[in-house]
Design a protein around this ligand. Structure first.
Ligand code: GLA
Length: 383
């Protein structure tokens, strides 16, 4: 259905073929949660769920935009990128605004966009909208931006226009993804490495709680502030500390008395998670899936009890897998407060697991469990 339906809608709406069609994927993250804005590591990958953009430049400065899946449309001008009454459009206007702030000059465009990334499920549909439009404008107006510049523009749109103080992981993964690989990104200096991930006998499956995570935006910003406060208190006693990467559990113990219990537990999670990603990546290199999976469970435990960004539905789905030997690892994924769990599961046992989880979830929450087996794909690209 995609991208054909998007292109068809473009032709119907604008009576011409689009100049280009862009595919911008969503992302998963195997481990390294809430570490991107804390100078840690993350291990994301872009996936075979994406937003497609059919787009052409216009001779004037107007942007005529159709959100295909929402059956909604609007017009704005690149001369006046102010917030729209259509909340979906702010991701786009934010990109236009940030591109301009970075000194780029370009005109208007006709655009139809839409795709199959589930909304509010923690797979970064918003980042895909941002990276897709950055990529598309860069291409049709020949702005000459690097991939990393487009990532930074996209992230800034989310921070400054949408108002979520997110880190760089989602936009980075959506842009830099590579088929059959995860990306180990060092969020302190943005160096990265692809890890080819060959799982002949396993699949990565996302289980969607159906709980929309949007309420988590304010909590997300609060976590960031708590982490900044924690780091500030640690640096007061240890002036050599410049980032969470310089902090040990031992230092934390010495500063604990000066912190609230919440800030202490956020700090304990962050230090632990930075360590866990390193161990997990080493395990991946050694093809030691058991250790990798164990780290995923530990991450969930930390997110549930110390970082407090999980929710009962996510905890339930993770708990259901714990005694199942076919599940290598399971944890909540993304910002939290809803969305999906990410699971590594033996291929041969997938159907049995889904049957078990679907029944249990229905019984506990009277809600259907939607799941997605995902493949790892290239990042944002021309179709
Ligand atoms: C959201 C943010 C990311 C990251 C994750 C948590 O997806 O957009 O920057 O912080 O939450 O790991």
């Amino acid at each position: 259905m995609y991208p054909e339906s998007i292109i068809k809608k473009f032709v119907e709406t604008f009576s011409a073929e689009p100049t280009i069609t862009v595919r911008a994927p969503g992302r998963i993250n195997l481990i390294g949660e809430h570490t991107d804005y804390n100078d840690g590591y993350v291990l994301p990958a872009s996936i075979d769920k994406a937003i497609y953009f059919a787009i052409s430049p216009r001779p004037d400065n107007e942007c005529h935009v159709v959100a295909f899946d929402l059956d909604s449309s609007t017009v704005f001008s690149v001369d006046n990128p102010v917030a729209s009454e259509h909340s979906w459009c702010n991701y786009l206007i934010g990109v236009v605004d940030e591109l301009q702030k970075a000194g780029n000059q370009f005109g208007g465009f006709n655009l139809v966009f839409g795709g199959d990334i589930p909304l509010g499920a923690g797979v970064s549909s918003s980042a895909a909208v941002e990276t897709g439009l950055s990529f598309a404008i860069n291409h049709i107006y020949e702005l000459g931006l690097s991939t990393l510049q487009m990532v930074q523009i996209s992230k800034a749109a989310e921070n400054n226009f949408v108002g979520v103080n997110c880190g760089i992981m989602d936009q980075f993964a959506s842009m830099f993804g590579k088929k059959d690989s995860v990306i180990r990104l060092d969020c302190r200096d943005l160096s990265y490495q692809y890890f080819p991930i060959a799982l002949p006998d396993h699949v990565v499956v996302l289980c969607n709680t159906g709980v929309k995570h949007s309420l988590g935006d304010s909590e997300y910003n609060t976590r960031r502030l708590e982490c900044e406060e924690g780091l500030r208190l640690i640096a007061t006693q240890f002036p050599e500390v410049k980032s969470w990467r310089d902090v040990s559990f031992d230092m934390l113990a010495q500063v604990q008395a000066s912190m609230t219990d919440a800030v202490y537990r956020r700090a304990r999670y962050v230090i632990g998670e930075i360590e866990r990603v390193e161990v997990a990546c080493e395990a991946l290199l050694q093809h030691d899936l058991a250790t990798f999976g164990q780290k995923m469970y530990e991450t969930h435990h930390g997110l549930q009890h110390d970082y407090e960004v999980s929710c009962p539905e996510l905890d339930f789905l993770v708990d259901q897998t714990k005694d199942n030997p076919a599940v290598i690892g399971s944890r909540m994924m993304g910002g939290g407060f809803g969305g999906c769990t990410v699971n590594i599961v033996e291929k041969a046992q997938l159907d049995a697991l889904i049957t078990q989880l679907t029944e249990a979830y229905q019984k506990e929450y009277n809600r259907e469990l939607v799941y997605y087996v995902v493949a790892l794909t290239n990042g944002t690209e021309l179709v």
